[in-house]
Design a protein around this ligand. Structure first.
Ligand code: AMP
Length: 146
């Protein structure tokens, strides 16, 4: 059964283009729709919610920056319509799983650094996404220069 709607998760980093390219190729092969998403991670979550300060201004700046980044990132893909790009606010796993249900996607494509040991324990988005995923998940191996 060919996939019908692929959702690719992007952190807007340079290396993530390889993930989008893989997802685009798959979408062409399967004649599937392609949607892309970036989840802006809440500040309070990034600081474990222990920072006693008003984060609303920072959050607004974070949102504006993410919008700018997304614009730059998506410029490389003129064939992908802006309506297929989803910028959401929240924890990546919850947001991506929610979008999968909302858009009726049947495959998530995500980058993976293939971490080991402590780095793996500290968390990877690909690993996190697998837990409770409502559809198939493809982890595209990324190779870091360092
Ligand atoms: P990480 O485990 O944080 O190194 O991220 C691995 C992959 O997870 C990235 O290559 C993206 O595909 C995806 N990812 C990470 N952070 C986000 C995010 N905030 N929104 C959407 N996808 C993300």
């Amino acid at each position: 059964m060919p996939y019908q709607h692929i959702l690719v998760a992007v952190d807007l980093s340079e290396e993530c283009h390889a993930v989008v390219e893989r997802a685009s190729t798959l979408a062409q092969t399967h004649k599937a729709r392609l949607s892309l998403c970036h989840a802006i991670e809440p500040m309070a979550m990034a600081f474990s919610g222990e920072v006693p300060m008003d984060l609303s201004l920072l959050q607004q700046q974070q949102q504006e920056q993410a919008q700018e980044h997304l614009k730059g990132f998506s410029n490389r893909y003129p064939s992908i319509q802006s309506s297929a790009w989803h910028l959401t606010y929240g924890q990546p796993r919850a947001e991506i799983h929610r979008l999968v249900e909302e858009l009726a996607c049947d495959l998530i494509v995500v980058g993976s650094h293939g971490r080991h040991g402590l780095a793996l324990l500290l968390g990877s988005t690909a690993n996190d996404l697998l837990h409770g995923a409502p559809c198939d998940v493809l982890a595209v191996r990324l190779h870091r220069e360092d």
